[in-house]
Design a binder for this molecule. Structure first.
Ligand SMILES: C[S@@+](CC[C@H](N)C(=O)[O-])C[C@H]1O[C@@H](n2cnc3c(N)ncnc32)[C@H](O)[C@@H]1O
Length: 265
């Protein structure tokens, strides 16, 4: 049993790569990390949280210097989305959670140029941060275009999982939402499977979308159209999301974007 627990714990949604930073990004890191990067990871290149760290409103008050509501984006990539949101909504605190060095550096560079006072960045494994969260610390959580992990044997690496949903629900204020978007049809089915049967979240979508009800993976995706389908509830495109390169690539490849809004009940 213990062995099993260990194995489950170590299934990660990312592959640790030390992406190389060019000189511009290295300078951005040096210059802006004191302003943006939260000192909450275990250090030495580890993406684990500092042991004993508690993510609560008190921490938010100290780290942002105010009582404003907090929006957390998991997997911010180059930061296009969270930077635009932080710029548009100065009265809201934003936290970018990203593991990949170049993404973190780009986000700092953009945030620094715009002198965003309401942005902070956590370079940690996102599920650990939510595990350490206290009830009601977050006003909203966003997960846009999570890594698709298309091979069947890798589906377990998808970041949207029941344990993360438990912890995100705990972190959210009642009535707040977890917004998710994906351009991968099979990931959309995965999101519905993880989220729709939960009693602590309500699917607030008002669009009806037909999806295959069996999973396909890399190499078998072509079978999807001929599989039995069912109707699911999804949302209109979230107007607070900018078009990132990931979304552009998905659209250019002819993929349909699936948006989800799950309300904490
Ligand atoms: C496909 S990209 C999408 C980036 C961005 N949301 C966008 O739409 O452009 C997924 C991002 O999630 C990050 N990621 C994956 N697993 C993560 C984790 N456990 N914690 C934090 N970030 C993670 C990856 O490093 C990557 O930058």
């Amino acid at each position: 049993m213990q062995e099993n627990d260990k194995r489950i714990h170590h299934v990660l949604s990312y592959v640790r790569r030390t992406g190389r930073l060019d000189d511009r990004l290295k300078r951005a890191w040096q210059r802006y990390s004191p302003d943006f990067l939260l000192d909450i990871n275990a250090g030495d290149g580890l993406l684990d949280l500092t042991p004993g760290f508690v993510f609560d409103r008190d921490f938010v008050r100290k780290a942002w210097g105010n009582e404003n509501p907090l929006v957390i984006e998991i997997g911010t990539g180059q930061g296009e989305n969270i930077i635009a949101a932080a710029q548009a909504r100065p009265e809201t605190n934003f936290l970018a959670v990203e593991v990949y060095d170049p993404g973190v550096a780009h986000t700092m560079l953009r945030g620094g140029k715009l002198r965003l006072a309401n942005l902070r960045i956590a370079q940690v494994n996102a599920p650990e941060l939510f595990k350490a969260s206290e009830p009601g610390v977050a006003e909203e959580v966003w997960t846009f275009f999570p890594d698709p992990w298309p091979k069947m044997r890798h589906h377990k690496r998808r970041i949207v999982q029941p344990a993360l949903a438990d912890d995100i629900r705990k972190s959210l204020c009642k009535g707040s939402v977890w917004r998710i978007a994906t351009d991968i049809e099979d990931y959309a089915l995965h999101v519905h499977e993880v989220m729709d049967g939960r009693s602590d979240f309500a699917n607030a979508g008002d669009l009806t979308v037909s999806l295959p009800i069996e999973h396909v993976g890399k190499g078998t995706a072509g079978r999807a159209a001929s599989l039995p389908h069912a109707d699911f509830k999804e949302s209109e495109r979230y107007e607070g999301r900018v078009l990132t390169n990931f979304e552009k690539k998905g659209l250019a490849a002819g993929r349909v974007i699936h948006d989800f809004t799950y309300r904490a009940v």
